[in-house]
Design a protein around this ligand. Structure first.
Ligand code: FES
Length: 105
């Protein structure tokens, strides 16, 4: 076993993309989880931050909702449920934007 060096990680975002076989149960795959994941990845990639802001697809996080996916942001330990792609601007502004290095002019 070897411990993983996480010093370069500024934040870790887990996005539920869980897909259920039972249509009677809500699942984040049906609630735009994959789109939320992809949009977050594109945001981080456009800023060269994929190695520093880790964005990971997850299985069920236990807060299933039909209106949107569940995501959690560490190290803050902030959880959201019912997240839709249009919610990402506010989540990024509140939790991730400050992690983007400022450009020297
Ligand atoms: S299926 Fe996403 S939180 Fe349960």
């Amino acid at each position: 076993m070897k411990r993983v060096d996480t010093k370069q990680c500024l934040a870790h975002v887990l996005v539920c993309v869980n897909e259920r076989d039972n249509p009677a149960m809500p699942c984040c795959h049906e609630a735009q989880g994959d789109e939320v994941y992809e949009r977050l990845r594109r945001w981080a990639a456009a800023r060269g931050l994929l190695a520093r802001i880790w964005i990971t697809r997850s299985g069920c996080l236990g807060w299933c909702h039909r209106e949107g996916t569940t995501l959690v942001i560490y190290p803050e330990g902030v959880w959201y449920r019912g997240v839709k792609p249009d919610d990402l601007d506010a989540i990024i502004a509140q939790h991730l934007q400050a992690l983007v290095p400022t450009q020297e002019t």
